[in-house]
Design a protein around this ligand. Structure first.
Ligand code: PGA
Length: 272
């Protein structure tokens, strides 16, 4: 079986203004170009739409890749307010995050959204954008033991029927329990063992709806309050191929600290 390269995604949500985003991207690019290239992970940054071009200008001097936070399913034409996949490719995006819970819950609608997300996955992969598809249960689902029903629903509806040839090597799934995102104590993220088991089940679902051969190429990430202290406990697990980092990626000091923890395979104290 082909080894899956690990991946660390910095998801900047709507946190940073232009100057802040450029400052973080510049510091990361300098760090990446000076650091040990044995650190063979994919690093991806996902700024807000208005800053994609300026961030790409900065990170294109390194091997850090650009991701958008969403895409529309239309082609270029008379679609005011829409962003077709071609435009993301045109400004240098290699990845697109789809189905993030903050979009599923606020914009796409939980039920209707399943069909929309399927169309977006298909459109993005069709243009050879790499997809980071987010899935995850709410605290209510978890408390009523519906986690796997929800995950199965999200994965089946997003992937069933999509041509395997466009999925192969281009799909990443981020398992993000909604209740663990941006969590403040006392809500603490799930244990790495628990996430490892869930990731294994997610891979079996992909196998069921696509094929084993394709499922083996899919990277499964964990997202939800990942930080410098806990990141390695996740990445040490066999079935976790990467992490999607929100809050801890928006400032260069904390993201570089997190990447250093990954590189050295240690836990580092949080920067206050
Ligand atoms: P967080 O965000 O790291 O701030 O919890 C993760 C996410 O929303 O994917």
């Amino acid at each position: 079986m082909k080894e899956r390269k690990k991946i660390v995604v910095g998801a900047w949500k709507a946190y940073l203004n232009k100057a802040e985003a450029e400052k973080t991207a510049t510091a990361l690019t300098e760090w990446r170009n000076n650091n040990d290239k044995k650190f063979d992970y994919d690093i991806v940054l996902s700024p807000s739409f208005p800053y994609l071009v300026s961030i790409q200008n900065i990170i294109s001097k390194s091997d850090i890749a650009l991701s958008a936070q969403d895409v529309d399913t239309v082609e270029m034409g008379a679609y005011t307010g829409h962003i077709p996949p071609e435009m993301l490719l045109d400004v240098g995006c290699k990845y697109v995050i789809l189905g993030h819970s903050e979009l599923r819950h606020r914009k796409e609608g939980l039920k209707m959204g399943l069909g929309i997300i399927h169309s977006k996955v298909k459109a993005a992969l069709g243009f050879r954008l790499k997809v980071i598809l987010c899935v995850g249960e709410t605290i209510e689902h978890r408390n009523s033991k519906q986690t796997f029903t929800i995950l199965t629903n999200q994965i089946k509806s997003a992937l069933e029927g999509i041509n395997e040839n466009i999925v192969r090597d281009n799909l990443n799934i981020a398992y993000e329990p909604v209740w663990a995102i941006s969590s403040q104590k006392p809500v603490s993220p799930p244990t790495s063992k628990e996430i490892n088991e869930t990731s294994q089940k997610i891979r079996s679902m992909i196998e069921k709806y696509l094929s084993k051969e394709v499922a083996d190429t899919v990277r499964i990430l964990y997202g939800g309050s990942v930080n410098t202290e806990n990141v390695c406990s996740y990445l040490n697990e066999d079935n976790i191929d990467g992490v999607l980092v929100g809050g801890a990626s928006k400032e260069s000091s904390s993201f570089i600290n997190l990447l250093t923890a990954v590189e050295k395979k240690v836990s580092l104290p949080l920067i206050q």
